[in-house]
Structure formats: structure tokens, C-alpha cells
Design a protein around this ligand. Sequence first.
Ligand code: URA
Length: 225
Amino acid sequence: PAAAPLRPAAGSQAAQAPQAVPDAALVAEVRTAPWERIASIVNRCRACMMADTRQHTVCADGAPGCPMVLIGEAPGRDEDLQGIPFVGKSGALLNKILEACGLQRGRDVAIVNVLKCRPPRNRDPRPDEAAACAAFLDRQLELLAPSVIVLMGRQATLRMLNRTERLDALRGKIWKLSIAGREVPVVVTYHPSSLLRNPVDKEKGWHDFLFARDILQHGAGAAAG
Ligand code: URA
């Protein structure tokens, strides 16, 4: 039987939801799946209770060939309805920032999330849920083989770098991730919905994307100097 979730917030929906348990067969299948099959594998996932509440799974916007990969947290209401990441208000802001940096979704930029399904009332992903979704994101990153990764917000930063500091302390540096045996430069920035709540940070967010674009265009060594 599944264990109870770690440190649940008393009385919350997260506390009541049973522990997410990855489906070993799907995990094995996705490990060798080509890009085109990932969405149909994710559609069969019932590892957590979000499988009962989702309208759509939300896998990715963009595909291998996009050199910059953005990692968000989880679908919200609009994404759940459309099955595409960042199509709501935070997506509109993200599009503006990308456009201002001369970056195009689907051409220069692919977008994926830590979770593929919408958490109830947009609550934070629980660690067991992020872990149950991990094989999907890991395979996406292997196949995307990005030249630079942008982590948007605390949840993506926690999942990919295992860092819990304030984002302010993590921005402006080049982090590294090993993906399929290759070292990939990583930049941390605010989540677009946090920028909607704190517009004073928008300029810093825009600079983070310019930083990532510099890494893409000139390499991590030149951008860091
Ligand atoms: N927020 C996210 O983190 N991801 C989305 O796809 C939409 C909103």
C-alpha cells in the first residue's frame, strides 16, 4: 500500500490526496519512446489523483530542434482546457517577454512543465507528484537536447537543481545540468505568474531571458564573462 504524503498541510486537499505512485510499465515505456509517442504515454498515466480531475494532459509546446527549453511548474486552468502549456495570462506575459528578446515559441523555444496535469486549485506540486511525473520530463529533456534551459519559478528550480533558496539568490548565474551525458547551461528566473503578481520584477525577468539568449548565441563562457 502507498505511504501517506510527507508533511501534508493539515486539512488541505494536498493532505487528503493519496501518495502518487508511478506506473513502472509507463516509466519503462517512456524511457525509450520517441518524441511523438510521449503525449500518448502521458495520457495513459494514472499515477496521481490529477488523472481524475484533468481535462487534458499538457506535454509540451515545441519539439526537438528548439535550442532553448523553458521549464514551468504545472498546467493551470487554460492549459488544462487546451492541452498546451502557457496559453493563459501567464503565457501571454511569457510570449511578450520572448518576443521582446527576439525568441519564437516553437522555433527557438520549447516549453515543458514539471507536472503534466493541473493540480487542484493550482496548488503547488507535492514532491511525490513531481517524482511520479519525473520520467516524462527526463525523457523530454533527453530528446529536446537543449543548448540552454530556463527554469521558471521555485518548483522548476527545486525539481531540476534541488535548490530552495529565494530565486533572487539563484538568478544571474549559469547552473549546469547533465542531460544524456552532456553538460547543459541553466538559467533561473521568476515564474511568469509571479511577475504578474509583482510587476516590479518584470525587468529582471526580461534580463534573465536576454542572458539565456546570450548563452544560446555566444556560448556559456562568453555570456558569463
Ligand atoms: N504555469 C505553468 O507553470 N505552466 C503552464 O503551463 C501554465 C502556467
